[in-house]
Design a protein around this ligand. Structure first.
Ligand code: HEM
Length: 172
């Protein structure tokens, strides 16, 4: 499959999985399980963030590996498995459980939640860019420098600070 088409198919599959999981929870309506779903949400966001912080670091090291070398091929496998095995599923579970808690807890009018959602949408956009660069590396078509990925590496961390403050402190 063409890389661009494959990316779109993966995006559609991820959005479909979020909607499907959210709809199943909304139909089931397990309100007594709210704290358990919150715990699962926190576990999912920890996994998502771990991958979002590690993948750009792999890109930094990958820039230093010669194209076609054994090291470069190993980085490709590590990047693909991290993205598909951890980051993507963790993002789907974070979104589905988070949206279900918004619905069940009636949080939507709260300003902390609105700002948190905005930051999470930006984080999801960064996720999309990381997925794109993973495909570029896999095809030996990386166009960015080591320094670029070092800077990108800081973006999820900065977003995480804002998101966690909104979720835990709820300042407004
Ligand atoms: C993906 C979209 C997300 C949505 C829709 C969402 C929504 C929510 C909602 C409604 C709660 C429950 C608040 C409560 O009951 O007090 C919550 C809890 C929480 N969320 Fe998210 N969230 C999302 C992503 C994230 C991300 C990316 C992080 C961290 C980087 C995060 C960290 C937390 C934490 C730590 C809590 C627990 C707060 C507490 O109990 O004090 N969330 N989230």
């Amino acid at each position: 499959m063409q890389p661009v088409k494959e990316r779109w198919m993966r995006l559609i599959a991820a959005v479909g999985a979020v909607i499907g999981l959210f709809a199943a929870l909304a139909a089931w309506h397990p309100s007594g399980l709210y704290p358990w779903f919150k715990a699962l949400h926190v576990m999912a966001v920890i996994s998502w963030m771990a991958g979002m912080l590690y993948l750009p670091r792999l890109f930094v090291y990958h820039c230093g590996a010669e194209k076609g070398s054994r090291q470069s091929e190993t980085f490709k496998v590590m990047e693909r498995r991290l993205l598909r095995g951890i980051i993507n599923p963790a993002m789907v579970v974070s979104w589905a459980l988070g949206l279900w808690m918004v619905y069940d807890g009636g949080w939507i009018s709260m300003h902390w939640l609105q700002l948190k959602l905005l930051l999470v949408v930006v984080l999801s956009g960064v996720h999309g860019m990381l997925a794109r660069w993973t495909v570029d590396f896999a095809n030996d078509r990386n166009r960015h420098s080591e320094r670029f990925y070092r800077i990108i590496n800081e973006v999820p961390a900065v977003l995480m600070v804002g998101i966690v403050i909104m979720a835990v402190i709820k300042p407004f």
